[in-house]
Ligand binder design. Structure first.
Ligand SMILES: [Zn+2]
Ligand SMILES: [Zn+2]
Length: 140
């Protein structure tokens, strides 16, 4: 899925392809320019968000989807996501699998229970999570 377009980021013409969905309902768009540079940004599809406003995904279903076999350690856990690089790469999300509680608490206030976490380090691991959540770039 690609088409020539003028880049929303730098204004130059390029070939646009859409990538993964972000947890905040955006989509990563990549524009390949003829001079070899690539621009990436997140696009929010306001129209489909508008059309979907009535049919919320039932929480239960999303919760079920988020339980999966961890690509790192192979045990079951829950998918979580976070932004690793808030300033430089605002569009990039990272994923982790949250496993069982390991006792004790995190944080100054001792309110966050400590759990075992596996962080996705390779693209392949991340893709397994994106596929599971139905957010991978191959399907639109
Ligand atoms: Zn550009
Ligand atoms: Zn794990």
């Amino acid at each position: 899925m690609s088409e020539t377009t003028s880049c929303l980021k730098c204004g130059k013409p390029g070939t646009e392809s859409s990538g993964e969905l972000t947890p905040d309902k955006g989509r990563v768009i990549k524009v390949n320019h003829s001079d070899g540079t690539i621009c990436e940004f997140v696009e929010y599809d306001s129209i489909s968000t508008f059309l979907d406003r009535g049919k919320r995904t039932p929480d239960l279903e999303l919760k079920k989807k988020k339980i999966m076999k961890c690509p790192v350690c192979g045990e079951k856990g829950r998918v979580g996501n976070y932004r690793r690089n808030k300033n430089k790469k605002f569009y990039k999300w990272s994923y982790l699998i949250v496993h069982e509680e390991i006792g004790g608490f995190w944080g100054k206030n001792k309110k966050v229970k400590r759990v075992r976490r596996c962080y996705m380090k390779t693209e392949d691991q991340t893709n397994q999570i994106l596929k599971r959540l139905g957010r991978s770039g191959d399907k639109v």
